[in-house]
Write a protein that binds this ligand. Structure first.
Ligand code: ATP
Ligand code: MG
Length: 546
């Protein structure tokens, strides 16, 4: 749907045409460091860095740090780490809007000198009242006809720190009757006596996003300024600024649709709220749609890139199904996650006819593909299987264990359940089973044909671990965010004390497919060999696109 018969989305088609005309491709990804990046940003990163790569160009990572009140170095660092982790490289093109504060200021003086901007003393409320509505034109500010000299003097005094916050703003002089409200003498500078993470106390006036963005794009000679659709109405202002300052570069702004994903929210304001109100454990909570959260959950960068590729780039806003994201995650892990066995809800099995040591070992492949090698799986008299793999009264077509029935222990032997042991409350505590020595997996001479296969772990050698199971963070596909706490899925997190085969705890591998359970990853914060913790990345389901 995103692609045309030429196989290229509308942005790549446009760039193809432009590069034929000799334009070098220079793009930028311009995050505001007021939160961590989310999967929506990944779409923009893959697009901006992706087209630069494909067309032999360059991409800037430019921090849009014009609002010091909300921004933080912690996010500047996290964002760089996330972009790198996603597999992209800005080389020496790491910039900040604040690098250009002096130039921005000089261009603002130019606008004043040419009668295109004025200093306004209306309060924020008065400006709002004067702005008009979609149907009613705005009214001119009483300051609109001040002389150039007066405006320059006031603007310089603003810069010099002579006025308090909110007393004056610099506004573009465009058209208070414009049908586009963004063109009704928009604010270009505000007074903020607040220290900036990079420029310290050098400035007490800060440029607005709309004014800053287009000027930075032009200064960096961006060939294609790609942004999301909500900026379409801002494009006339983007163009107006560049048409009215003395800078001979005018990047085209091209809009594409934002990524929306089911069962989650994507706005940093809301994500900040989730973190601040401790509705999640942090920006890297594995339920968060942030890059940090997805990474901690065990999602790998190439799954995210594949996802962004599949959703494509269009002008239609839409909400992507979570199942497509899960599909990409599974497809990536399916290819090379090591297989392991972990019992999440253990039920003890005793092999009554076992005569060997409890430390006997079987070997099993780490992966269906041979080159992954094998691991040693301790096997012995006492094992655990999943409680849900046993039914005392066998339901029709049941393929797992029940009294008198047989099942194969995966990669090991066939067993038959002879006796069910219960405690005083009637709870099943263990199963007494017979194992068939000649049924060893791969060398089965028993002739027995059990219907099912179950996973298991040695009771003596298995290792206690914590598994963390995650579900959607929100209950609804499109959460009503007016009451964030109420919209959350109360069952989005469960943890269990499970038993895992030792080989999965030792060694360097991070990602696993726990047989019949899903894909899991060692938790990057809490895992240790003495207290293993695994996060479920995604459950197992058929490998096909939604
Ligand atoms: P948010 O609403 O989440 O705070 P934002 O647009 O304010 O998003 P920025 O840090 O300004 O966040 O975004 C940096 C870039 O990422 C912008 O070019 C923006 O268009 C893009 N972007 C943000 N969210 C999405 C999204 N959901 N899908 C695609 N691109 C996005
Ligand atoms: Mg923004």
């Amino acid at each position: 749907m995103s692609e045309t018969p030429t196989g290229l989305d509308f942005i790549r088609q446009r760039i193809t045409r432009d590069t034929e005309a000799g334009t070098p491709v220079i793009t930028r990804f311009p995050p505001e460091p007021n939160g961590c990046l989310h999967i929506g940003h990944a779409k923009s990163i893959c697009l901006n860095f992706g087209v630069a790569q494909e067309f032999g160009g360059d991409c800037y990572l430019r921090f849009d740090d014009t609002n010091p009140a909300k921004e933080d170095v912690q996010f500047v660092e996290a964002i760089q780490a996330d972009v790198k982790w996603l597999g992209f490289d800005w080389g020496d093109r790491l910039t900040h809007a604040s690098d250009y504060f002096e130039q921005l200021y000089q261009f603002a003086e130019q606008l004043i000198t040419s009668g295109k901007a004025f200093v306004c003393s209306l309060s924020a409320d008065e400006m709002r009242e004067n702005r008009g509505t979609l149907t009613i034109p705005g009214t001119n500010s009483p300051c609109r006809n001040q002389s150039v000299e007066q405006n320059l003097e006031l603007f310089r005094a603003m810069r010099a720190g002579e006025f308090a916050d909110g007393t004056y703003v610099l506004r573009a002089k465009i058209d208070m009757a414009s049908p586009n409200i963004n063109m009704r003498d928009p604010v270009l500078y505000r007074i903020r006596h607040i220290s900036h993470q990079r420029t310290g106390n050098t400035w007490c006036i800060y440029p607005t996003y709309d004014y800053t963005h287009c000027v930075c794009d032009a200064l960096e000679q961006i060939s294609h300024s790609l942004c999301t659709l909500e900026f379409e109405d801002h494009r006339p202002l983007y163009d107006w600024v560049l048409d009215n300052i003395n800078l001979n570069v005018h990047p085209p702004q091209i809009e594409f649709s934002r990524l929306g994903l089911e069962y989650t929210v994507m706005s940093k304001r809301l994500l900040n709220k989730l973190v601040d109100e401790r509705l999640v454990t942090g920006w890297d909570d594995p339920r968060m749609p942030t890059i940090a959260g997805l990474r901690r959950r065990g999602v790998r960068a190439c799954a995210i890139r594949d996802f962004c590729d599949r959703i494509g780039v269009t002008k239609q806003d839409n909400t992507i199904e979570m199942s497509l994201f899960d599909f990409c995650v599974r497809k990536d892990l399916e290819a090379d996650a090591h297989r392991a066995m972990c019992v999440l809800d253990p039920l003890k099995v005793i092999l009554t006819n076992w005569e060997g040591e409890d430390t006997d070992a079987l070997t099993a492949p780490w992966h269906p593909r041979q080159e992954y090698g094998t691991r040693v799986m301790p096997f012995g008299k006492e094992l655990y299987i999943e409680r849900s793999d046993f039914e005392e009264v066998r339901p029709p077509k049941y393929k797992r264990l029940s009294p008198g029935e047989m099942v194969r222990l995966r990669m090991a032997f066939i067993i038959r359940c002879d006796e069910v042991i219960k405690d005083a409350n009637g709870e099943i505590t263990e199963l007494h089973c017979t194992y068939f020595p000649e049924s060893r997996s791969g060398q089965d001479k028993s002739g027995l044909k059990p219907k099912g296969v179950v996973h298991w772990v040695s009771a003596g050698q298995g290792i206690d671990c914590e598994v963390r199971l995650y579900e959607n963070l929100f209950l609804e596909r499109r959460p009503d965010t007016s009451d964030l706490a109420a919209a959350l899925n109360p069952d989005s997190f469960h943890n269990k004390n499970a038993i895992i085969e030792p080989a999965a705890v030792q060694g360097q591998m991070l990602h696993f497919q726990f047989e019949r359970q899903g894909y899991f990853v060692k938790d990057s914060e809490d895992f240790s060999e003495s207290r293993p913790v695994f996060n479920r990345t995604v459950s197992l389901r058929e490998l096909r696109p939604a």
